[in-house]
Structure formats: C-alpha cells, structure tokens
Design a protein around this ligand. Structure first.
Ligand SMILES: Nc1ncnc2c1ncn2[C@@H]1O[C@H](COP(=O)(O)OP(=O)(O)O)[C@@H](O)[C@H]1O
Ligand SMILES: [Mg+2]
Length: 267
C-alpha cells in the first residue's frame, strides 16, 4: 500500500477541520479504504472526541515519538467501521512537541499500511501548522463563507503552495443558502473567485453536525443529513469519482461580492 497523505487545514480556527477530517475518514473507510485519521493539533486535541474514541486512548503520537511505544500501539481501531483507525495526540503538550522531520517520518511509516492518511491540523496561522502538514502530499483547505475565514484561507493557500502541496482543494463549510440569497453571506462562487483554487465540496450548515459531534458518531455513518451527504460526496471526489455538486442554491450573493472582494484582496 502507498497511502495518499492529505492534510486538512484552514487559515482561521473553528471552521470545521476536525469535523471534516472525522467525516471524510469515516466515509472513505465506508467505501472500503483503509484509513487512518491523525490528530495533528497538539494541545487542542479534538479528533478523538468527534470520532467517539476518547475513552480508548492508551498511547498518543507523542508517546510514539518519544519512544515510549511503537507507532502501531497508538492506533485506535474504530469498532463501527472496518478499516478505520485514529492516532490521538497529547493534550498537555505544546505545538512544538512534533517536528516537521518527525511528521515526515511518521507519514512515511503510515503510507505503507494505509490507503489514506488524513491529518487534522491546527489553523494555518498557528505555530505547528507547518509541522503537522510537513508529511502530506495534498491539502484540503476548509473555510466558511465569512470574510475573515476567506481572507485567512487566502494566506494559507499561499503557504501550502510554497510547501509544494498538490492538489490543494477547497471545502466551503457551513453555508446558509437563505443568507446567501438575501445577500447577507458570501456564495460559493464568490469564495472561489477570491481564492482561485479547485472546489472539492460545499457543506451546508447543519444542526446534525453538532449532535453527531457530541455523540462522537461521524455523520456519514448514521444519517442522511445534508452535511453527511456533502461529506460523502467529498470522499467520492477524493476517490476521483465525478459527483455533481449539491444544489445549495447558494452560489452567488450578487452585490455583496464586490464589496467583500475589495475588503479581502484590496482591489
Ligand atoms: N456544517 C456544519 N454545520 C453546523 N455546525 C458545524 C458544521 N461544521 C462544523 N460545525 C461546528 O463548528 C464548530 C467547529 O468545528 P471544528 O470541526 O471543531 O473546527 P476546527 O477543527 O476547524 O476548529 C464545532 O462546534 C462544529 O460542531
Ligand atoms: Mg480542530
């Protein structure tokens, strides 16, 4: 096996990276792929909770790096989905606990055993982002359709390009179509015009995300909610399938766009 190693990142925090990592990992595993989701967000670890695996942590990635255990002893196998694994990180350490060289080495090891390695990373302007992304080939950039998030995404895309990640593809998360229609929120095409990278999916704002996170049960497993379907579609597109984009009726916000574009790009 030679895994594709994909970092899930963003410019701004709180836009849905961990949610996306958990759901895409579950969806890809459901499609029969052998997947490991790595928590690369040292100190703010969340992936274990969102995946509902927090009670099963014995060793973390940091333990493996410090030689306390072997890397495969950190694997937590998901009992609900075959072929789905998670590697937790430590909560009580700072972001410099993992170096870029260590991440490259870890990803090298994981490549041999999996089809996909998905890395949940800290937001891009935080320390530790570069390290967590160091071992990845590809990047998924998550943004919400908010001016500050899009502006920060613009910065992080530049960084990822300088790190030679390819492809770098965009997930626009938490879209509220009725707000876009009223011109109160950026539409997806507005965001794409500004960021000029390929879109891999749009995910609606969906209360089911909150319930599923609290229950530790990835959405793609249980329900056909709008966000669950959106994440499944993204997983299929990662696999190279040509899945039409959802019609969120939210592609264009009309007049708002010109104003926002100037605010973000300065022209
Ligand atoms: N599509 C969505 N609909 C509704 N809530 C969402 C959606 N995506 C993320 N959230 C919520 O937003 C918050 C931040 O998500 P999270 O994945 O932890 O972001 P990050 O990892 O980027 O900090 C969480 O409370 C999560 O439940
Ligand atoms: Mg997170």
């Amino acid at each position: 096996m030679t895994a594709r190693v994909i970092v899930v990142t963003s410019g701004k925090g709180g836009v849905g990276k961990t949610t996306a990592t958990a759901n895409l990992a579950a969806a890809l595993a459901n499609m029969g792929k052998r997947v490991v989701a790595v928590d690369g967000d040292v100190g703010l670890r969340n992936l274990d909770v969102i995946m509902g695996l927090e009670n099963r942590i014995v060793y973390t990635l940091i333990d493996a790096l410090e030689g306390t255990c072997r890397l495969n002893q950190t694997f937590i196998r998901d009992k609900r989905i075959e072929n789905l694994f998670m590697i937790p990180t430590a909560q009580s350490r700072t972001k410099d606990a993992v170096t870029a060289e260590q991440m490259i080495e870890v990803c090298g090891e994981l490549r041999k055993e999996f089809d996909y390695v998905l890395i949940d990373s800290p937001a891009g302007i935080e320390a530790g982002f570069r390290n967590s992304a160091a071992g990845a080939d590809e990047a998924l950039v998550v943004t919400t359709p908010e001016v500050s998030a899009v502006r920060d995404a613009d910065r992080i895309i530049g960084l990822l390009e300088s790190m030679d990640k390819s492809p770098i593809r965009l997930i626009v998360n938490r879209i509220r179509p009725h707000m876009v229609k009223k011109g109160d929120m950026l539409g997806v095409s507005d965001v794409l015009d500004i960021l000029a990278i390929d879109l891999i999916g749009m995910v609606p704002d969906d209360e089911a995300v909150v319930t599923s996170s609290n229950k530790g049960e990835p959405l793609v497993l249980s329900q056909s909610t709008p966000a669950g379907i959106a994440f499944r579609n993204i997983a299929s597109r990662i696999e190279g399938k040509d899945v039409p984009f959802m019609n969120l009726d939210a592609t264009d916000s009309g007049g708002l766009f010109g104003i926002i574009r100037r605010a973000i790009l300065g022209h």
